[in-house]
Write a protein that binds this ligand. Structure first.
Ligand code: ADP
Ligand code: MG
Length: 167
């Protein structure tokens, strides 16, 4: 069910953490209030690293700390005209916990970045950008990034990819 939704998939390989951050900074230009970005991948793959670079760009603060929200479930940032919610559902036990932390109010008019979004699937099945980071065999600093745009993000990601590959 739900698989009739439009989808664009873009795969690219990065050599190190700086290249991951650079891609996050580029993708930041695609995002606006109300958008949802699901960050997927195993522990240590680089989800938080990617989110931190995105947050720093959106908040226009290159030294912002942006720690992992594993224990707080979510962290809200505001600045430079942007509102960003960074969530990590690794420890989420049930969707009811989301209500407990005021999720609905927090994400209103925010750009939402969610690690382990698959653990709260009902909240993340609609239009969204998904960035999956996978370890590469070659080198422990290399990663494969699979960026998927679902629904309204399919066309936006396709346009972005075409521009990125052209430049
Ligand atoms: P996750 O949130 O997926 O568990 P983190 O971002 O917290 O992962 O940790 C990723 C770790 O891997 C960091 O220590 C980071 O420095 C390191 N790293 C090495 N190469 C890369 C890369 N290409 N992209 C992202 N992180 C990388
Ligand atoms: Mg993390």
């Amino acid at each position: 069910s739900g698989e009739s939704v439009a989808k664009t998939v873009w795969r690219l390989d990065v050599a190190n953490e700086e290249e991951t951050a650079a891609l996050a900074r580029e993708l930041a230009t695609l995002l606006r209030a109300g958008d949802l970005v699901a960050l997927a991948g195993d522990l240590g793959a680089g989800k938080t690293t990617f989110a931190r670079a995105l947050i720093r760009t959106l908040l226009e603060d290159p030294t912002l700390e942006a720690p992992s929200p594993t224990f707080t479930l979510m962290q809200t940032y505001e600045g430079a005209g942007a509102r960003v919610v960074h969530a990590d559902f690794y420890r989420l036990e049930s969707a009811a916990e989301l209500a407990g932390v005021g999720w609905e109010e927090a994400v209103e008019d925010a750009i939402v970045l969610a690690e382990w979004a698959e653990r709260a699937r009902e909240a993340f099945s609609g239009d969204r950008l998904e960035v999956r980071l996978s370890f590469a065999e070659a080198d422990d600093r290399a990663r494969r990034l699979t960026v998927s745009g679902y629904g309204a993000f399919a066309a936006r990601l396709a346009a972005f990819k075409a521009l990125y590959e052209f430049l």
